[in-house]
Design a protein around this ligand. Sequence first.
Ligand code: PMV
Length: 317
Amino acid sequence: MKCWRAPGKIILFGEHFVVKGRPALVTAVDRYATTCMGEMGEGYIVEAVDLGLTADLRGDVPVELKPYKRIYELVTEKTGKIAPFKATIRSDIPIGAGMGSSAATAVAFTAALLDHAGLEVSRDLVNMIAYEAEKITHGKPSGIDNTAATYGGLIYYKKPHAKPLDVRLPEKLVLVAVDTGIPRNTKALVEKVLARYDKYTDIMERIYDAAEKIVEEALKAMGTGDLERLGELFELNHGLLVSIGVSNRIIEEIRYRMLEYGALGAKITGAGGGGLVIGILDEKSVRDLFVRLRRFGYKKIFVLKPDENGVVNCNVK
Ligand code: PMV
């Protein structure tokens, strides 16, 4: 049995501003998708456990499994015929929360399939193939999510390239993400921001410049391990996101609670309007924050640590 796992991700800085060519910083986080693949007598079977779906990739497959079919086709093009298999895919990355669950499953599946086919599991190849699968899921993805899932660690993104960085996040850093319970509508929010950009271009350009500066400062603060400064930069970045119109009362309520309960900074991650709010914390404050948020009634709270490894083999004996 060949088992491979790949991490999810969180946008730390620069969402929305990336749409106009400014940089963003993303970190892989310790929530994982895993694919275990074993030989089968016959068939090329994928079972996506969390979706409750199973299909043979040689035939018609449900839309959710189309990315795996694409990966199977691409790997088959490289190797010729592959021995039959059964792949079991599991994930503890929340779906549809902006945490890169589709990319992580695509990366883990690609690595397992290359391994099963007897090919070298090169990260660059995994990343390239998983990106093709992401196009099926998202149309025109930036490539951040598959890059984070493949290489782990911090990713610097500036259109059109996503680049893994050597910089590490401070050891003591913990991220806490709280789900607002409001579904995200990324497309509508991006359009709203772009309309504001067109209406107030001169003002917005200055906001976008500030967002770019925040990314530069954040990189420096990561280099020196300055958690407090990173928290303040979260606040500055969030202020800009408020000014471009993507926050709301629920997000602000969560944010202020997080700050009151010990977060050094808290912000929207991703499109805003709903989705997740993330707080940055020193690890010693995490328990207290978690308990107090729970007591307050928030149900979906994720305590996240950066993942440095990206896609790895995790064979079960
Ligand atoms: O919330 P998400 O994961 O869909 O993130 C969207 C990030 C944006 O910058 C708002 C849009 C984009 O395409 O980069």
